[in-house]
Ligand binder design. Structure first.
Ligand code: AMP
Length: 583
């Protein structure tokens, strides 16, 4: 079904000359230059994300402005000005320095969305460390994989989360210190032996700190992302990414001085970092951080109570709001909302159409990935919205649709979505895996791993992913990661994991399991394996469904054919099965 274009008021042509971004146009280079000029580089041409987000506001007229309005799970509200965030993060930088953290060391956080997470994040950047926020719902296995791979020296966490991952801590040879913040969780439990108290360290720390000199090419933030094979890879970003996070904060989020901004993503996923920390604060905007989880009425309440003007959320959340019905939003005053955006999965046109009367405006879809560090394709506030399209590339970014030889395809043809390398927030490597990093670039293009098409007016339309990676509620899950956990269960001989379509979460994780000799399929065993996976991973990424099979289809070289499992699940043609192992 074709949806009507949602038209936007046109600018006064006599005053504004509309112009589409043209990467070949030197004016676009000038845009980047302007943005770089707007940022406040450190003396000597150094650049540090913490300085751009916090210190430059704390040292100027915005020092008393609210940076963070935090609402806890139980409705408690705390506010922090830019000056207060500067002081706290300077203290934490001193704490890290005192513990021997040096430029380039990895400092990871496993925390809920509490103020201490943001303080630790900036404190880490201020000592020149590479910071890595982890998703707080993760169980021991994903945490262990990420801390082992990154060789993190410091883990900042909270008592309950510390208990959840206790069994893997002794395996982390490179981890020097675990810092536990008790206040944040209002949990006065005594510390485990050898752990350090965040509060005790901070009470002794000086608030005088000079940011370690970092260049635009120094590593700053790491996020693990899933591929089809192997464990998740750490996509590494540099301080330079702030240029684009700042610019897209202006152009796509449309952030202005007096906005109250709310990003619903968790910093354990890249949206919650690039747009839940870096873009709003580099723009000096007040942001609301809500620690609680999803509940339609609670979310509307956050918007009403704090007067949110710009709201960045995700399709699954919008579909859950739709499910809760239109009576719930009617009980709230949502008139403060000026601009709404969504990312992470395809935003179905029905969601936009549903949102029109409820929010009195269109929801603006945009596209990017962990590797891209910031938004690359977007529906700008001023653009007519074509429901179902992700929008157009931002100025300075060249996108294309390529064939299997990486040659540009004509308008309207589906192919590989590719980006010309060189945008400022581009990832600079996968941690200790330059081979895989290099494999993402072909014939002068970065190959995104998504399939898409572009129409004659330059709007991009998402078609699907090229690989077996599952997108559940906007979170990418690598099948290999789930399979590895499943085969750790004593009854499981082999496991194959696919994404099964779901009306709300887009996909849910479904596992096919073959049992070891001596075990019989049963509902009890199914629940036991599900519980086993949930305990080790996170409820959202553990299998929602398990089906027992006598054996799994494999290639002759022994690889589980997930494609075939998926085709069978969906009742689709099985395609080429010539490499299928004979039974
Ligand atoms: P992540 O690296 O976890 O941020 O996930 C990035 C992936 O999510 C992309 O490669 C897409 O497959 C998907 N994605 C992100 N934004 C959109 C969007 N607006 N429409 C469709 N898929 C999206």
């Amino acid at each position: 079904m074709d949806y009507q274009v949602i038209r936007k008021p046109k600018p006064d042509e006599s005053r504004v000359k509309p112009r589409l971004p043209d990467p070949g146009d030197p004016h676009d280079a000038a845009i980047w230059e302007t943005v770089q000029k707007e940022l406040d580089w450190l003396p000597g041409g150094f650049l540090n994300k913490a300085y751009e987000c916090i210190d430059r506001h704390a040292l100027g007229p915005n020092q008393g402005k609210k940076a963070l309005v935090w609402e806890g799970k139980n409705g408690e509200v705390e506010t922090y000005t830019f000056a207060e965030l500067k002081r706290e993060s300077d203290k934490f930088a001193n704490v890290l320095n005192g513990l021997g953290v040096e430029k380039g060391d990895r400092v990871f956080m496993l925390m809920e969305r509490v103020p201490e997470l943001y303080v630790a994040f900036f404190g880490g950047l201020k000592v020149g460390a590479v910071v890595g926020p982890l998703f707080s719902a993760f169980g021991p296995e994903p945490v262990k994989d990420r801390l082992l791979d990154s060789g993190a020296k410091i883990l900042v966490t909270q008592p309950g989360l510390r208990r959840r991952i206790a069994e893997v801590i002794p395996d982390l040879q490179q981890l020097r210190h675990v810092i536990v913040a008790n206040t944040a969780s209002r949990d006065p439990s005594p510390l485990a032996e050898g752990d350090l108290s965040y509060e005790a360290l901070m009470s002794e720390a000086s608030s005088e700190w000079e940011i370690v000199e970092t260049t635009m090419y120094d590593h700053s933030v790491m996020h693990y992302t899933s591929g089809t094979t192997g464990k998740p890879k750490g996509a590494v970003h540099c301080h330079h990414a702030i240029v684009q996070q700042y610019a897209t904060g202006k152009w796509v989020l449309d952030l202005h001085e007096d906005d109250i901004y709310w990003c619903t993503a968790d910093p354990g996923w890249v949206t919650g970092t690039s747009y839940g920390i870096l873009a709003p604060w580099s723009n000096g905007v007040t942001q609301v951080i809500y620690e609680g989880g999803f509940r339609a009425s609670a979310w509307y309440e956050v918007i009403e109570k704090h007067g949110v003007t710009v709201w960045y959320t995700a399709p699954t959340a919008i579909r859950m709001l739709m499910k809760a019905g239109t009576d719930v939003p009617k009980r709230h005053d949502l008139s403060s909302l000026r601009h709404i955006l969504s990312v992470g999965e395809p935003l179905n046109p029905e969601a936009i159409m549903w949102g029109l009367p409820v929010f009195q405006q269109a929801i603006h879809d945009n596209w990017w990935q962990t590797e891209t560090g910031a938004i690359l394709i977007a529906n700008y506030p001023a653009m007519d919205v074509r429901p179902g399209s992700m929008g157009k590339p931002i100025p300075g970014v060249e996108a294309a649709i390529l064939d299997d030889d990486y040659v540009r395809l004509p308008v309207g043809t589906e192919g590989h979505l590719a980006i010309r390398p060189g945008w400022p927030s581009m990832f600079r490597t996968y941690w200790r895996d330059s081979e895989r990093y290099n494999s993402r670039f072909r014939k002068g293009w970065y190959i995104t791993g998504d399939r898409a098409r572009v129409d004659q007016d330059g709007y991009y339309w998402f078609v699907g992913r090229e690989d077996d990676v599952i997108n559940t509620a906007g979170h990418l899950v690598g099948p290999f990661e789930v399979e590895s956990v499943l085969i750790g269960h004593p009854a499981v001989a082999e496991a194959g994991v696919i994404g099964k379509p779901d009306p709300i979460a887009m996909e849910v994780v479904k596992a096919f399991v073959a049992l070891k000799d001596g075990f019989e399929p049963s509902q009890k065993l199914r629940s036991e394996i599900m519980g086993f996976a949930r305990e080790r991973m996170a409820a959202g990424i553990a299998p929602r469904e398990i089906e027992f099979l006598p054996s799994l289809p494999k290639t002759r070289s022994g690889k589980i054919m997930r494609r075939l499992l998926k085709a069978r699940e969906l009742g689709l043609p099985e395609g080429d099965t010539s490499t299928l192992e004979e039974d």
